[in-house]
Design a protein around this ligand. Structure first.
Ligand code: PHE
Ligand code: ZN
Length: 877
């Protein structure tokens, strides 16, 4: 780190203080221009602290034009302006006053996509977490809630659509060719929920009538030409509105709900009050252009943002340390919604897969933090898998401990008690206690302790006494001696030799076949009576807690569970554990050059799945899929990327060869299936394309030809992408032709071209790193679009372990170059790319050195942003 660089300050939760002033209302007038935009803000401000002598407003990159207090102009000796604040002395006698501030900004030069910026010719805003201070001077903190009105003035031809939060109250044409639109939002809100959009957009409309009879106009604004790709988003929105009424009794509270799709967006979407702004990836879909996975993503993100209206907007966060209050809860709600709309078990498995893939490594590495962090440098770095996904698991555990009904009671109390407030996670947990009568004192540790708990299992069965005992012991490797035992809900059941649940007597004397144990001690034994034969334990059903299970099951036992478990999550998980054991034992033998022989018992458990025609095909597909290279890596003390890759590919090939005729039959049956009736076609497609993957893994030419044939016949993007993915692993003319054809066909469609970049970034071809490096100079590539950066760079560094970790260090250099460039244009995106380097401790000495050298180099980048500094600095130490 250069000595000239000042280390950015750390902000602590323990330093939280209530604001000295509150801003009751703000009237904004935004005059949009092609070079500068002028923002005039008139605020009514109330004193909250009688000792305070200065009002300090946040503001960054603003050109200050004028300030008036109570109508009188302040000259520049009566305030102080720094890079981050505007300090205005306020006489202590002043209880209430007005402040009018005029500033100028340059949205056209804003590449960081925070504050007001331009995307494809349209103006839009992103204010969470601290973007509003890049628009005007304000108390930019979530516990300052104000009533907003927004007037937008802009060129009538360029910006026929001008939107902000709330209801449109005035609209007129000005003499100078500009239009004037005024919006009022009656609900007080923090500045992070402010939004403004202006552009030449098309609008798709629908209506929803709430349970109490309010007619809500639903509008989705998209770039012209995309109107026919909004159906799924609109349907998902209506389903979400209905679901929140039925499940939580929550209705929408304005007459209009608007969604705008933009192509340049740092995240997935944003829940601004009444005016959600979305990454177009989570709005636009047609069967031709979007995969089944994209459809699922849209349904869940639309729901997520809609659900924020109550969990986030009506009740918001006191400060950013409380982020999981709204995010964990809202992710839990969107997961429950998606589970209800689809195959619940398959969706639950998907949620856990994402948690394990992203959150577990985060929590085991240098960036580990509790779901309620205690400090940060840059809040943008805390929109993490821990705050979101682990946060959702914590809410789910409360749901499991309380049961559905008491959970709902708790939610009702939370909404009643805190509507219109900015609160902390403590208020949420308290409402849950009050709604259930259940003490969550110990449970609160989940909010403040980092690390993934490990649960060790010991069992004992006594045939004489007919007693079965289960001993569970908790550990937390991250905190070692410093952790206090968690309150962990263990959803369990005892299975007999056929996989059927055995009845047992619970503490209350009632007969039961399954129950939730409350594990609260470091080591705790549970005894079950009247068990007349040795049972198989089924633990953490549905993944009832975000823990790692250490249970010494041998492969035979896992194979039994893989075919007989009645809990589908556990059934799938047993299969994954079995595969991992077998593949890792091959990796450890270091003898990875040749095709290994997979054990017979393993092959027969695969046959069981193939033969089980009762199974949901989507489940069969994920049950047959091998753990990813990243999953396997997590289970090795020192990751051997190359051996993992070879062993896994050999296994795919061997399974492909062993069951070649089965896979071919499945493939053909599902391909030729008539689409009529109520067939769940997405799950069939998934199974079919899994079969195709095993077939091409045999490396037989015929199957690449089959993939090519599928590509040409494809009527939907799911099938086209599956073909492309398979061909992406091959070499030769067919591959090259199809990649060229795909590009040509979809050139004008950025979301589809993203996929084209991603397949190449994730390919294991020997030239992959060279390919991605060349793609940086492709005319369609730009560092200024976050989706494009994710599609190529993030896809490569997190989805292509073998080539990213090339021993030459070239993969790390590739990443460094991208971070260096993005640090200047979009620090948020740059910072996120640092994460893979933070895993350096997991690799061999040579790679460790290469990776830490890159982190050092990152810290030496000139004009290093706080975002990147925090990530690199924490990753290194
Ligand atoms: N609050 C958004 C969500 O989770 C995420 C987001 C954060 C978007 C910060 C933009 C900026 O729905
Ligand atoms: Zn959210």
């Amino acid at each position: 780190m250069l000595e000239t660089q000042v280390q950015p300050a750390t902000i602590y939760l323990k330093d939280y203080k209530q604001p000295d002033f509150s801003i009751h209302s703000i009237d904004l007038v935004v005059e949009l221009g092609e070079e500068v935009t002028t923002v005039s803000s008139s605020m009514t401000i109330k004193r909250m602290n009688h000792q305070a002598s200065t009002l300090s407003l946040n503001g960054e990159n603003l050109e200050l034009i004028s300030i008036r207090r109570n109508g009188l102009v302040l000259n520049d000796t009566s305030y102080e302006c720094t890079d981050e604040y505007l300090h205005i002395p306020i006489p202590k006698s002043e209880e209430e006053f007005t402040l009018a501030i005029v500033t100028r900004i340059k949205p056209q030069e804003n590449t960081a996509l925070e504050g007001l910026y331009k995307s494809s010719g349209n103006f839009c805003t992103q204010c969470e977490a601290e973007g509003f201070r890049k628009i005007t001077y304000f108390l930019d903190r979530p516990d300052v809630m104000s009533v907003f009105s927004t007037t937008i003035i802009g060129d009538a031809d360029l910006y026929p659509v001008m939107l902000s939060n709330g209801n449109k109250v005035e609209e007129k044409q000005l003499d100078d060719g500009r239009s004037y639109v005024k919006w009022e939002d009656p609900h007080p809100k923090p500045a992070y929920l402010f939004a403004l959009v202006a552009g030449d957009l098309a609008c798709v409309e629908d209506h929803f009538t709430t349970a109490s009879g309010r007619d809500v106009l639903l509008q989705i604004f998209v770039e012209k030409g995309n109107e026919d790709r909004c159906n799924h988003a609109m349907t998902s929105l209506k389903k979400s509105m209905k679901w929140d009424e039925e499940e939580f009794g929550r209705e929408y509270d304005l007459d209009v709900f608007m969604i705008v799709a933009v192509s340049d967006f740092n995240m997935g979407a944003m829940e601004n009050k009444g005016l959600n702004v979305f990454n177009s990836k989570y709005v636009l879909a047609s069967p031709q252009s979007a995969t089944d996975t994209d459809y699922d993503g849209i349904e869940s993100v639309i729901a997520h943002e809609y659900f924020h209206n109550w969990t986030g907007n009506r009740i918001t966060c006191r400060d950013w340390f409380q982020l999981t209050l709204k995010e964990g809860l809202t992710v839990f709600r969107d997961q429950q919604f998606s589970a209800d709309m689809n195959s619940a078990a398959v969706f639950r498995i998907g949620d856990v897969q994402r948690l394990r893939a992203a959150q577990f490594p985060e929590d085991a590495g240098p960036l580990s933090h509790p779901i309620q962090p205690q400090s940060y440098v840059e809040i943008n770095n805390f929109y993490t898998a821990t705050v979101y996904e682990k946060g959702a698991e914590v809410i789910r555990m409360i749901h499991t401990i309380l049961g559905k009904e008491k959970f709902r009671n708790g939610m009702d109390i939370y909404f009643d008690r805190h509507d219109g407030q900015a609160v902390t996670t403590e208020e949420f947990v308290k409402a849950m206690e009050d709604g259930s009568g259940i003490d969550l004192t110990q449970f609160r540790r989940w909010y403040v302790q980092a690390g993934t708990p490990v649960i060790k299992v010991t069992e004992g069965y006594n045939p004489e006494s007919q007693q079965y005992s289960l001993t569970l012991e908790q550990e937390n490797p991250k905190l070692a001696e410093n952790f206090l035992p968690y309150h962990i809900p263990v959803d369990m059941s005892l299975l007999d030799g056929n996989g059927k649940a055995i009845g047992f007597t619970t503490d209350t004397g009632a007969k039961s076949t399954g129950k939730v144990l409350n594990l609260t001690q470091k080591k705790q034994t549970f005894v079950f009576n009247d068990i007349n034969s040795e049972p198989t334990i089924s633990l953490f059903r549905g993944f009832s807690a975000p823990v790692k299970l250490e249970q010494n099951l041998d492969n035979e036992q896992l194979a039994f569970l893989f075919s007989r478990e009645t809990d589908l999550f556990n059934r799938w998980d047993a299969g994954q554990r079995l595969s991992s054991n077998i593949l890792l034992s091959q990796v450890n033998r270091h003898d990875v050059g040749s095709l290994q022989i997979l054990p017979q018992m393993y092959l027969s458990s695969i046959r069981n799945i193939l033969n089980d025609r009762e199974l949901d095909p989507a489940f069969a597909a994920i049950a047959l899929s091998l753990p990813s290279e990243q999953d396997l890596a997590q289970k090795m003390p020192v990751v051997n990327v190359d051996a993992i890759h070879i062993v896994r590919n050999n296994a795919l090939k061997e399974i492909g060869l062993k069951f070649e005729s089965d896979f071919l039959q499945i493939y053909k049956d599902l391909r030729d299936l008539k689409v009529e009736g109520n067939q769940p076609i997405a799950s069939n497609r998934k199974f079919k394309n899994t079969a195709l993957r095993f077939l091409t893994a045999t490396a037989k030419e015929d199957y690449f030809a089959l993939a090519a044939e599928q590509y040409h016949a494809a009527e939907n993007m799911t099938d086209a992408m599956a073909s492309l993915f398979n061909l992406g692993e091959s070499e030769g003319q067919i591959r090259d032709e199809i990649f060229a054809d795909f590009y040509q066909k979809w050139e004008a469609d950025p979301l589809v071209i993203d996929k084209w970049f991603t397949v190449q970034a994730m390919s294991s071809r020997p030239t992959a790193l060279e390919d991605v490096t060349n793609l940086l100079s492709h005319p369609a590539f730009t560092m200024l679009n976050p989706n494009r950066v994710r599609s190529l760079i993030a896809a490569f560094v997190s989805g292509n372990p073998v080539h990213f970790h090339e021993k030459s260090g070239k993969g790390y250099q590739f990443l460094f170059n991208a971070i260096e460039q993005l640090n200047g244009t979009n620090p948020q995106i740059a910072a996120r790319l640092v994460t893979p380097l933070g895993q350096w401790r997991r690799y061999d000495a040579v790679r460790q050195k290469l990776m830490t050298d890159k982190l050092e180099e990152i810290l030496d980048i000139s004009d290093l942003s706080n975002d990147v500094y925090e990530m690199a600095n924490k990753s290194l130490h």
